[in-house]
Design a protein around this ligand. Structure first.
Ligand code: ZN
Length: 203
């Protein structure tokens, strides 16, 4: 399986990192080794202690598809959750300023936190889902899928023009404003609407 991540999909987050608004979705990949094992803590990696959380809505692909039209995208996923795209920000900034790929900062072991999956039918409107991330019980990030520059159906369609989507592939749909650093002993809790998707300790 593969993980496809979308960068810069909320204008509020584009502003906070002083990035340009993209003319097409920004995509990058995480390998399967980036998945944080269930019920494991997140260990700050040896190569950088400057790690940001990025809370994101995730979907899991449930059938194979290529060149999917947006009007058919809803047929390609049934499950949704919240996750965290852990980012070694200083490493990423160095890579970006040198025009290099981001993988070392975004795709390292444990960098993909995936919450418990929910059936999308449990939610009234996929394009108006609120979600939030708490660090040590304080809300640090909140967003709503209605604020996405490219909606989930558009993303599936766009991504499938480049990468064949297969059963089990996961899409990270981008983060809203409020990204920030983690520290040892922090506890990160993610909610999508009123459902808790994860609770993870930082070590
Ligand atoms: Zn992200």
């Amino acid at each position: 399986m593969k993980i496809i991540c979308v960068g810069r999909n909320y204008s509020s987050h584009i502003k906070e990192l002083a990035n340009e608004k993209p003319i097409a979705p920004v995509l990058f990949l995480k390998p399967d080794t980036s998945i944080l094992q269930k019920n494991h803590p997140f260990y700050i990696p040896h190569f950088s202690s400057n790690i940001d959380y990025e809370a994101e809505v995730l979907i899991r692909i449930n059938r194979i598809g290529k060149h999917i039209q947006a009007k058919f995208s809803h047929r390609y996923y049934e499950e949704i959750t919240l996750g965290v795209d852990f980012t070694a920000r200083i490493v990423q900034n160095q890579l970006k300023s040198n025009g290099l790929p981001w993988e070392k900062s975004k795709s390292f072991d444990g960098s993909a936190l995936i919450g418990e999956w929910f059936q999308k039918n449990e939610f009234e409107n996929i394009n108006a889902l609120s979600f939030n991330l708490k660090v040590n019980n304080r809300v640090v990030q909140y967003g709503n899928t209605s604020e996405m520059l490219w909606k989930i159906d558009d993303l599936i369609s766009y991504i499938s023009q480049y990468f064949t989507l297969k059963i089990g592939d996961i899409i990270f749909t981008g983060t809203p404003a409020g990204v920030g650093p983690i520290s040892e002993n922090d506890v990160l809790v993610g909610h999508i609407e009123d459902r808790q998707a994860f609770s993870v300790k930082i070590k």
